[in-house]
Design a protein around this ligand. Sequence first.
Ligand code: ZN
Length: 129
Amino acid sequence: MNLGPDQINTIELNLRNKREALLKVINERLHHSDGKSIGFANHNNEEANLAEADLLNDTEIAQIKIDCDELQKIEDALTRIKHDDFGICKVCSEPIPFKRITAQPEATLCLKCQEEYEKVNLDLKNRSY
Ligand SMILES: [Zn+2]
């Protein structure tokens, strides 16, 4: 563990705030309608064109899935923060700098390994097309 108790507290607070904000966003996507972007539950009622409603639903489902993945990462980080290996890069075992872990507490890789990972993933994606 390369982080002090104060630093852990800061990060934990940050995570809890993020989780709260995210839950609010997901909740709004599922239930609310502000006239402009219609809430997920209302598409089928309000869109005369069913194909269009389907498209809107698909988009919102995709977005909600992204939000839920993000939420899962935050939950994971809140669990991991109690353990000694929090803030340690999963790949190279180097401490993740406090600045990075504060900005992105759900990060499990240091910046260098993250960049490598994204590069490999991008290559794989490009290959499959
Ligand atoms: Zn690393």
